[in-house]
Design a protein around this ligand. Structure first.
Ligand SMILES: C[S@@+](CC[C@H](N)C(=O)[O-])C[C@H]1O[C@@H](n2cnc3c(N)ncnc32)[C@H](O)[C@@H]1O
Ligand code: SF4
Ligand code: SF4
Length: 365
């Protein structure tokens, strides 16, 4: 049995924004919210299963009635607490939580520039990020780059750089919810952007499949050490997938114990996966052991299958094979050509270790 180290709780389906890239938007009208009793119950059950860290998210967690109580409860039970927020309502925490409680929360605040989200809020978001940094809190900015804000890269990254805080950047999105018709970046722009960020902003953490990142980074632990509670009580290995494939759930906290659901088929299927089970390029990728197929929600939303490769791996592979990209455009030409050579080779031997054993190893350090 695997320890459930990392619990994500989507406190509410509601939000005070409606961002044009938001994959969660189809749930806004559901108005589902976990009660404080449900939060306490599920956190205590998760603790018994090994939980060390709780991430409170949504929708927008700061519109939940129970955000402050949930933070206090998790801290009281000696759990690490992260809050993933759009940053507008951070002020709500200040009169209710003690300064030491606020300083014990790890903040991930989304900032996508001045225009992609509702621009009337961006001043407030930046002001709140600065307030948190000045209070001495741990703050990370999270940015999703799409066609709508690609021209604001410098605005976004110089803001976080000047504050001396990390900025996690996603260069591909899931075309779901409000983003159903939002096309991915063109492959040339995507490659140019990777190079630009890597050579100008060393504080940025760019989320890429490993063939492009050039170094292995710890993956999210999808389904092995981590699970998510949706705002209606559904339990899933991946919330961003469940927002759009409502059947992608293992059970509901109102019907069964977390322990029983954590040991169900939904999770054991993931535990037993091997490279061979992955689809297309992933099944023959020499970087699979480091990459593990990159982000499942982006790959699944852009493809047909849960185990599809990252969409940009397909785009780069096809563009190189069709001579549409020359070496100067590739992020690491030598690495990319070796990757393609292995994929095309008849002698490629896939990794035999289980996905879950590799995740366990990655998460033990
Ligand atoms: C769904 S939001 C929930 C927390 C909070 N409301 C916020 O905006 O930070 C979590 C993160 O998902 C990102 N996100 C939303 N839609 C996305 C999409 N279609 N693809 C990739 N990331 C997305 C948001 O930008 C945000 O950083
Ligand atoms: S990305 Fe966050 S803030 Fe924007 S609409 Fe979605 S849940 Fe709300
Ligand atoms: S082909 Fe799959 S395993 Fe390889 S880098 Fe791309 S997403 Fe990762």
């Amino acid at each position: 049995m695997f320890e459930l180290k990392d619990l994500h709780i989507r406190l509410t389906s509601a939000c005070n924004m409606s961002c044009p890239h938001c994959y969660a938007a189809d749930w806004f009208k559901d108005h589902t919210q976990l009660t404080f009793d449900e939060v306490q119950n599920v956190v205590l059950q998760a603790k018994k299963l090994g939980c060390k860290k709780v991430t409170l998210t949504g929708g927008e967690p700061l519109v939940s009635l129970y955000i402050c109580d949930s933070i206090k409860f998790c801290l009281f039970h000696k759990l690490k607490v992260s809050l993933e927020t759009n940053g507008v309502l951070v002020g709500k925490l200040i009169p209710t939580l003690s300064t030491s409680d606020i300083k014990n929360v790890n903040f991930t605040v989304s900032y996508d520039g001045e225009i992609m989200r509702d621009s009337k809020f961006s001043f407030k978001v930046k002001e709140n990020i600065e307030k948190l940094v000045n209070l001495g809190c741990s703050v990370k900015i999270q940015t999703t780059i799409t066609r709508l804000n690609i021209n604001e890269l410098d605005i976004i990254l110089s803001f976080s750089k000047n504050l001396g805080i990390p900025n996690r950047v996603f260069l591909s999105h899931s075309p779901n919810g409000n983003a159903k018709d939002l096309k991915l970046l063109d492959v040339e722009d995507w490659l140019k952007t990777i190079k630009y960020i890597k050579s100008n902003y060393d504080h940025a953490i760019v989320e890429l499949p490993d063939v492009f990142s050039g170094k292995a980074s710890r993956k999210c632990g999808w389904g092995v050490h981590r699970c998510e509670i949706m705002s209606n009580g559904d339990i899933t290995s991946c919330g961003p997938i469940a927002f759009n494939k409502r059947g992608f759930v293992a059970g509901n906290i109102k019907d069964n114990s977390l322990g029983k659901i954590w040991n169900s088929e939904h999770f054991s299927y993931i535990h037993n996966l091997k490279q061979n089970d992955f689809k297309g390029l992933c099944a023959k990728c020499m970087f699979w052991k480091d990459c593990l197929g990159a982000c499942r929600s982006v790959s699944y939303a852009n493809g047909d299958n849960l185990l599809d490769p990252h969409p940009f791996c397909n785009l780069v592979y096809n563009a190189v094979k069709n001579s549409e990209l020359d070496d100067s455009e590739l992020f690491d030409a030598q690495r990319t050509h070796e990757w393609i050579r292995q994929i095309d080779s008849l002698n490629f031997v896939p990794e035999s270790e289980l996905y879950s054993s590799i995740v366990k190893e990655q998460h033990s350090v």
